[in-house]
Write a protein that binds this ligand. Structure first.
Ligand code: HEC
Length: 168
């Protein structure tokens, strides 16, 4: 027979699982967040915009490198994306305080994005072209993931579109 104490333990475990599952699935049902630009100062928007232009160029270079197996080209450009991390850059204390007004999920996405770039740079150094392709794909996921949630003012084509939601 299961005693009361044990039952509690099981119930607790199931609750935790349900809780984790709900948290994991939440983004799919969550409301569309507001564009992050409304939460950023003009100066931060400017810095971010410059960073994004650089990232876009670097992504093109990386694709060129992937196609022909130019590992150093992949590594250097991925490294450049990684080191552009705006949080790690020389921001004034006021900039940092301003940036913290952005939603935590946005900052987390930015952190993850730069981590992937770091892994891509490592794959470049290791001359592992399959891994490079994998992380390049993850980077593209990350561009779309952030833009479709937080940059729908600049990229309205994402509004109302479903990730992977083909209707045939
Ligand atoms: C964590 C969120 C985030 C990720 C990840 C992200 N972006 Fe962005 N991106 C933004 C925001 C916010 C803006 C709007 C900045 C502004 O206000 O101009 C933006 C704007 C841009 C722009 C337009 C810049 C301009 O001002 O003309 C380009 C191009 C761009 N992103 C490229 C990329 C590419 C390529 C990737 C992936 C390799 C990427 N971004 C990943 C948040 C992100």
């Amino acid at each position: 027979m299961i005693n009361r104490k044990k039952l509690h333990k099981y119930a607790g475990r199931y609750l935790l699982v349900a809780f984790l599952a709900a948290g994991f699935m939440a983004p799919a049902h969550a409301e569309q967040p507001k564009p992050v630009s409304s939460k950023l100062t003009p100066r931060l928007k400017q810095l971010l915009s410059e960073e994004m232009q650089m990232i876009k160029q670097a992504m093109k270079q990386i694709l060129d490198g992937l196609i022909v197996g130019d590992h150093p080209l992949v590594a250097t450009n991925a490294e450049q994306i990684y080191s552009s991390y705006i949080l790690a850059r020389e921001l004034t204390p006021k900039d940092k305080a301003d940036l913290m007004k952005a939603p935590p999920e946005f900052l987390q996405l930015d952190g993850e994005f730069h981590e992937i770039a770091k892994k891509l740079a490592q794959a470049g150094k290791q001359k592992d072209y399959e891994l490079q392709r994998f992380y390049y794909g993850r980077l593209v996921d990350s561009c779309q993931g952030c833009h479709s949630r937080y940059v729908t003012d600049k990229f309205p084509a994402f509004s109302g579109a479903q990730p992977g939601g083909h209707t045939h």
